[in-house]
Write a protein that binds this ligand. Structure first.
Ligand code: CMC
Length: 431
């Protein structure tokens, strides 16, 4: 925690309290209220954590007004253009870009953990065939703690390291198997001669009767999608992982909790919801109808893939994703894809509409990712599992950071209680 030289004065009922202010390396100052309850007997109130920093961190920085996203200081557009997912994983986990030998060693370690315990196949087979792959992933990742006992001791740095590598390595295998199971095809085992993205594509699309030849441009696009989703500081699923972990729970249970949180349509589930919305709109002439619905206070409908709690100018991930969508669709010869046409026209009309401008609502990362994933051959139900596998490194990095932090203590928010005060129990015959 940075030293505080500035303070803020708070006056309650005529009594003054001095609160330390911490200055970060970037971003707004942070008012330290940790001793407030002990000193002044009041809580602070911030549902949705709109003004609350829940931890200190050195991993990812976002400037929402300027559309800046940095991982360990490196801008996301540079990482998306020049780096690749496993190198970004190394950066997030260990804090610096790897040397060539460090990268080779890291890739080797990840590659050697891609297979799942064979008995886990039986676990998959216990699910209904029509289960959503996210439901399967929540269950299977949680179940890893029943299969990998030698990496559940969070107090042992070596076990933490092994758990981190296992999660990053096995998540593509789990996501691909969840997909294969729901479409009734046999599981494809990982292949260690392929890079991370190519291996995932092959595990999803190869069948025993016919191998899948990985197109390097599609593999690069897949890798870029992984990179763009790798981490996003204290978002809802990451905060869920941190909160679950604050009780001392094992890493597999904590990451399963993160996957469950990510699934919601306001978070990672937005990519599936967005593509379904674009398809429902169908043709550009129906766009005004949907924009009108999104603006109607009495209609719960929102433009999926629009808006963000932090970005209030543009989402830098969306900019890269849009370029990638153009590239992939051109490669596949489907640049006149009707869904892409609807997406582009919807973006244009929404950005010209004062409602969206006034509320600073812009396309987010989920607006274009689904179009690429669909063009690659993924069903909409696989969009959020792909987000989950990409975000695993972010969750793991934040979890490791938290466990190593001496200030780490169980997360326990307080509340503004508005219920009944104490009253006497009434026997059932008298009610
Ligand atoms: N369409 C129409 N109106 C919207 C939208 C939208 N997509 N997003 C926000 N608004 C309005 C909202 O009705 C509210 O209006 P008012 O002030 O009049 O009540 C105002 O904008 C602020 O919205 P909010 O819900 O208070 O903002 P938030 O920061 O709590 O929510 C959000 C952020 C991302 C949950 C929200 O913008 C949303 O639901 N977007 C659609 C879902 C989506 O695309 N989610 C993916 C986010 S990016 C990837 C990720 O993080 O997982």
């Amino acid at each position: 925690m940075a030293d505080s030289t500035k303070t803020a004065k708070l006056t309650i009922d005529g009594k003054d309290y001095e609160l330390p202010i911490h200055s970060p390396t970037a971003g707004p100052d942070v008012l330290d209220i940790r001793k407030l309850y002990a000193q002044a007997g009041v809580f602070t109130y911030d549902p949705g954590y709109t003004s609350t920093a829940s931890c200190d961190s050195t991993i990812t920085f976002i400037d929402g007004d300027e559309g800046v996203l940095l991982h360990r200081g490196y801008p996301i557009d540079q990482l998306a253009a020049k780096s690749h997912y496993l190198e970004v994983c190394y950066l997030l986990l260990y804090g610096e870009l790897p040397s060539p030998s460090e990268l080779e060693d890291f890739e080797h370690r990840v590659t050697n953990h891609t297979m799942l315990h064979e008995q886990m196949m039986n676990f998959f087979r216990g699910f209904r065939r029509d289960a959503h792959p996210m439901a399967v992933m929540v269950g299977v990742v949680g179940a890893m703690s029943a299969f990998y006992h030698d990496s559940t001791d969070i107090n042992d740095p070596w076990q933490r390291e092994v758990a981190s590598i296992r999660l990053i390595a096995k998540m593509p295998t789990i996501a691909a198997m969840a997909y294969k199971y729901t479409i009734g095809q046999p599981f494809e085992y990982p292949r260690n001669d392929l890079d991370y993205a190519s291996n995932f594509l092959r595990m999803c699309f190869a069948v025993p009767a016919e191998d899948y030849v990985v197109n390097p441009i599609l593999s690069r696009a897949m890798d870029r999608i992984f990179t763009l989703h790798a981490d996003h500081e204290q978002n809802a699923s990451t905060s869920t992982v941190r909160l679950a972990s604050s009780s001392g729970a094992n890493p597999f249970a904590c990451i399963a909790a993160g996957i469950a949180c990510l699934w919601g349509p306001a978070h990672g589930g937005a990519n599936q919801a967005c593509l379904e919305m674009l398809k429902e709109i169908g043709t550009p002439d129906r766009i005004p109808e949907f924009i009108a619905r999104a603006k109607d206070k009495n209609d719960p409908f929102r433009l999926m893939g629009f808006g963000h709690r932090v970005y209030k100018n543009f989402d830098p991930r969306a900019t890269v994703m849009k370029e990638s969508a153009d590239e992939v669709l051109e490669l596949l010869g489907v640049e006149n894809n009707p869904t892409l046409q609807v997406a582009k026209e919807l973006e244009k009309q929404a950005l010209e509409d004062p409602y969206f401008a006034d509320k600073k609502l812009f396309p987010n990362v989920d607006f274009y990712s689904g179009i690429i994933l669909e063009a690659m051959g993924f069903p909409t139900s696989m969009f959020t599992p792909i987000f989950a596998l990409s975000r695993t490194v972010g969750w793991v990095s934040q979890w490791k950071e938290m466990i190593g932090d001496p200030q780490n203590k169980i997360g326990r928010p307080r509340q503004l209680y508005l219920g009944e005060t104490a009253r006497d129990y009434v026997d059932i015959e008298k009610r």
